[in-house]
Every structure is written in C-alpha cells, then in structure tokens.
Design a protein around this ligand. Structure first.
Ligand SMILES: [Ca+2]
Length: 473
C-alpha cells in the first residue's frame, strides 16, 4: 500500500448474526448505521468462522491461526498472548498507535492479558451490560456507571481524541469489541420499550423436527421453546401460552428476539457515533472501517438460539469493510473468506509483513475488486472442539464447506480438551447439498446419488486437515 498508511477501526460485535444486520437482507433490519458500511464499502456474503465460539474466534482473529495452533479450542482454554504473536503488536512495532476497548474474553493476568496495545481497557470475562467493571493495564479495575455498549464507544472516542492530541502523525489501530448482543440480552434503558415487527415472525425452520440429520442436532440443548431460562426471557410466560408448546415457543422467540434486537440497536448507534467522529475529524477517507462479529448466531432457525454448529446461521459472520481509497462503494464479494484471514488483511492494508505462521490470506485483492474470486480458496475447514458442554450439549465436529456442499463429521469425542466432556458419542456424518437444500434440513450422506461427492469431500477434509496441521481424530 502507498502512503498515507490507513487508520484501522475494527468493530467486533459479539454474537451478531448476519440475519440481524439489515444490509444482509434478513428479517431484522435494525442497523441503519452499520448498513452504510455496505453502501460505502464491501459486503462479504460468505465469511465464515473456523470455530463458532467467542474466545476461539477472537484468538483466531488476533493471531491469524486456527485453534489447534493458537490453543484456544474451547471457552476453557486461555490465550497465551506471550506465545501467540498477534497483528496489533506487529502494527505497533511498525509505528501504529494501538488500542483495544471492550470484550477480551481470552483470560486475565500475566500472559493472558492483551498484548501489543498502547492502551487497553477490557471487560472481565463476559462482562456486565449495566455498570460494568473494566480491567486496566495497570492491573487495576473499576466500575463505570452506564451501559456497556455506550461506555465502550465513549472510551473508544476518548482514546481516539487522546491519540490525535498526543500522536497526531501516527496512524492508529483501534479494536472496539462490544459485549452486545451476547446473552443475557439486556438492553439499554432508553431501548427497553422498543418493539420490532420482525421479532414475532418465526423462521421457516423454527419448528424443525431434526429428522434426516445427525443425532447431534436433536440432542443439542439450545432450543428457544425449551432451553431459554426465565432469566433469559426476563419473566414468566403469560397463562394463555403455557398449555401449548408451540404457543410457548412463539412467545419465547418474540421475547428473545426483542431483547436481542434492542441490544443490536445500541451497537448500531455506537457504530454511528464512531463514523460521525471520522467524518468530523476528516479521517473517513484514510480509515479502514471493518465491522464483524466473532461468529454467527441462531435467531430461531432450527428452533435454536446460540451458535457452535457448522450450520449456516452460526458459521456465517457478517463482514463489512469500508475504505474509500481502495474499496468501491456498494461492492460485494462471495469469496469463501474466514476470520483467520483478518490478521493478514489488516497487516497488508498497513503495509506490514505478516508472520510465516499465519494461516489465512490477505483479502486486499478482493477488497480492491481484482479478479473476483479467481485464485481464492474454494473450500474451508471448520472444527468445533467443545464436546457436550454442560449447557448447550453440542457434539464436537469438524467439516469442510465448498460453494455447493457441506460435509460435517461428528467424531464422537472431546479429545481430552479442557471444557469438553469425555463422554463418547456415536461417530456420525452429514452431507448437505447447499443448492437444493440451503436450510440444511436433509443430509444426503447416505444417498447413493451423492456417493462421488462424499468421496471427494472426505478427501478434501483430510487434505485441509493435513495442510493446516490439525490432528485427524
Ligand atoms: Ca460470541
């Protein structure tokens, strides 16, 4: 890249599904400010995560490596920032001012603290929505009165002002990491009465019967109509819905989505404040703005909340990138990009060499609109390690996704991972024809018509595992 080196504003939400980002065309259009990033930049329609879970995705984003390399396989495996070089440190070494504000979720104290930042202020663990405690670089902590999403934006704007005052000539990289809209979905007081027509609309797969798939789908404990708690739903159901499970499920979905979307509205407002700031300071043209989430989320599809599975809604991450000096407004890419690509992309935009160990690819050619997806990867590797956790009970699995097929392998073991059950479960496979069955309702794994596909995809799964250095269970 030429000069000037761009500023880098990376906004990472938590569990923000593409179906709740208006520009993705889903049912929930509540993000007018975030949507301007698609209007003015590039919308990626097929961005995936490599493991649909908070901490593992964050470790992948920072290091540009898969979880078998960075060690953050589950929620119980803390990040060793001293042993896992991450892109912010490389940027700082190259003269960038760097900061991280908000959710970290990769452990705290010593080697687990954020590294490579001139400034950080983070929530402990998941953090709280209201009057949250923040941890600071000096080892201290303090409670800040207010709403987490607003406070994270306030602190981000304050740091931008401070760095502009003290280091006016240095480019900066700011990671704004929201807690929202993560469970338990507690909205700001000013949004507590907001309602949404779309919260009452059930997805086509809401009453999924989990037939024609591995038993893992049926056995998962993340059904909106069964597994959300009274705390999640903020109260008891009205009497008229308790007798009928379908009525109860619809009520729970509306309750769940209403609070989820209220939390998203605050995130959108926060993004709007950051964009307004860039306009006010005249930095908009020289700043890369990237909006994403650490993974996707189920908003009632298949009857579920949460993530973890390799199914479409949890696999897909929203990814919007605005950078007027490189990216054409209103552009779109359907390349199979991954969160493991972000580190190398950001470094490339800054003109800083990536590390040899990084396992993704720079998306800069895609952002520049050069050659479409020619030469880009045509298959992606996935592995969810947290076998049968006590709450959601999703079986560990790995898989390969191509443009028109998805092969999933439930390998039946926690492989000794912290946070994973040692209970053995049956080994199972699923194969989906994504063209005929985009909702992934009917595995064709045992259909003779797909025998050739199966052979080809199993070989591709093995090839990817070998290439990336993951042990095949
Ligand atoms: Ca998350």
């Amino acid at each position: 890249m030429g000069t000037p080196r761009p500023n880098l504003l990376l906004v990472v939400a938590d569990d923000h599904a593409a179906n709740a980002v208006g520009c993705y065309g889903g049912p929930h259009a509540v993000t007018p400010r975030i949507d301007t990033l698609a209007r003015d930049g590039m919308r990626f329609t097929a961005c995936g995560c490599t493991n649909s879970l908070c901490a593992p995705s964050r470790a992948t984003i920072l290091t540009g490596t898969y979880n078998h390399v960075n060690g953050v396989t589950t929620l119980s495996t803390e990040f060793d920032a001293a042993a896992q070089p991450a892109f912010p440190e490389l940027l700082r070494d190259a003269g960038y001012r760097t900061a991280l504000i908000g959710k970290w979720h990769l452990g705290h104290g010593g080697v687990h603290d954020p590294r490579g930042f001139d400034h950080w202020e983070v929530l402990p663990g998941q953090g709280d929505y209201h009057d949250p405690t923040f941890l600071t670089m000096d080892g201290g902590s303090h409670v800040r009165p207010g709403y987490a999403t607003d406070l994270i934006t306030d602190l981000s704007l304050a740091w931008l002002q401070e760095t502009a005052d003290e280091h006016p000539d240095a480019p900066w990289c700011l990671m704004v990491q929201h807690k929202a809209p993560h469970r338990p979905w507690e909205p700001a007081e000013r949004h507590a009465a907001l309602t949404f027509e779309s919260s009452g609309v059930e997805p086509a797969t809401f009453f999924d019967d989990y037939e024609h798939r591995a038993t893992a789908a049926r056995d998962a404990r993340m059904r909106v109509g069964r597994d959300l708690t009274r705390e999640d739903l903020k109260g008891d159901p009205p009497l008229e819905v308790v007798a009928d499970p379908a009525d109860y499920a619809r009520w729970a979905l509306d309750r769940y989505l209403t609070d989820y979307l209220r939390c998203v509205v605050a995130v959108d407002e926060g993004v709007g404040r950051l964009l307004d700031h860039l306009d006010a300071t005249g930095e908009a043209d020289d700043t890369v703005v990237l909006y994403t989430s650490d993974q996707g989320f189920f908003l009632g599809e298949h009857g579920w909340y949460d993530k973890r599975f390799m199914y479409a809604e949890s696999l897909q991450m929203p990814l919007l990138v605005r950078y007027p000096r490189l990216v054409a407004p209103g552009s779109e890419s359907d390349a199979l990009v991954l969160n493991v690509d972000f580190a190398q992309t950001v470094l490339d935009l800054a003109g800083v060499p990536a590390l040899e160990r990084m396992q993704g690819r720079s998306m800069v050619p895609l952002l520049a609109g050069e050659g479409g997806t020619a030469g880009w990867r045509e298959s992606t590797y996935y592995r969810y390690w947290e076998h049968l956790d006590g709450s959601h009970h999703v079986a560990a699995h790995r898989g390969v996704r191509t443009r028109d097929r998805k092969l999933v392998h439930y390998y039946g073991s926690g492989c000794g991972q912290p946070g994973a059950s040692e209970q053995r479960t049956a080994e199972e496979w699923e194969l989906f024809d994504l063209e005929r069955d985009p909702s992934e309702l009917h595995s064709v794994h045992d259909d003779p018509a797909y025998a050739d596909d199966l052979v080809r995809l199993r070989a591709e799964l093995d090839r990817l595992a070998r290439e990336l250095g993951d042990d095949i269970p």
